[in-house]
Design a binder for this molecule. Sequence first.
Ligand code: G3P
Ligand code: CA
Length: 278
Amino acid sequence: AAFAQGGEPLGAVSVLAHRGASAYAPEHTFFAYDLAIEQDTDFLECDLQMTSDGVLVCVHDSSVDRTSDGSGDVEQLTLAELRQLDWGSWFATDDAGAAERFAGAQVVPFEEQLDCYTAANARLRFHIETKSPDSLGGAMEEELIRVLGARDLIPAEGPSPQTDPAIVQSFSRQSLEIVKDLEPRLATALLFAAPDQTNVTLVEALTGQLPDVADVMAPNAAWLAAHPLYVDAVHGNGGEVHTWTVDDATQMDRLLAMGVDGLFTNRPDLARERVDAA
Ligand code: G3P
Ligand code: CA
């Protein structure tokens, strides 16, 4: 295969709506997802936690405290208990009516997210993060693969991260190993803030080498900005680069000039504008 060099993405650059359009609406609610789609995102980014009764839900933190009116850890609560909470009122923006508008927002089970959007929008793709999966002994990955398989979201021939409907991302290399063992056709992305020898080694960071478990490398944008040769190095090794989390137009332009293949953003409208202008 021919891989682009010198600041070119491998294909179209993807806008990845980080927790939905979460600059404007409470993260991981249907408000945030609907708005991201209105703003022409390519992907919905989803963080997975597992409830005490084994249901995958779209929640970033291990605890419900920050983004709901409840308290406690998701893994100690049932889905029915999460459904009792208000996931919208905490959100306040400069818009004075925001808290009222979003009051009563519901937790989003991962299967409901997929069922809501796959039927309505065949172009929409999903970038799904296994959050703190290592203590669950593979249960999160198994359930994720079951849920995707039941909806024909695992490609017959994969992985093809430029076109597949779903990419599984994690900071845990072990979690991606489990995914690849169970379902090698699923595309995967390895997240890292900086090389630390557990998820990404210094050698991999310097050479752009992809570990076997990853089709996409997903560095923090601040680290990437300080390592301008990294994108070309990953492209030279046949991988893509998706970077997080970028909400500033100047920073977006700089990363696009490096040739990144995807931008995680809380502001999909701005990312769409900058990608189209690039
Ligand atoms: O998944 C990319 C980015 O979201 C990683 O950080 O903490 O927002 O999940 P976090
Ligand atoms: Ca995430």
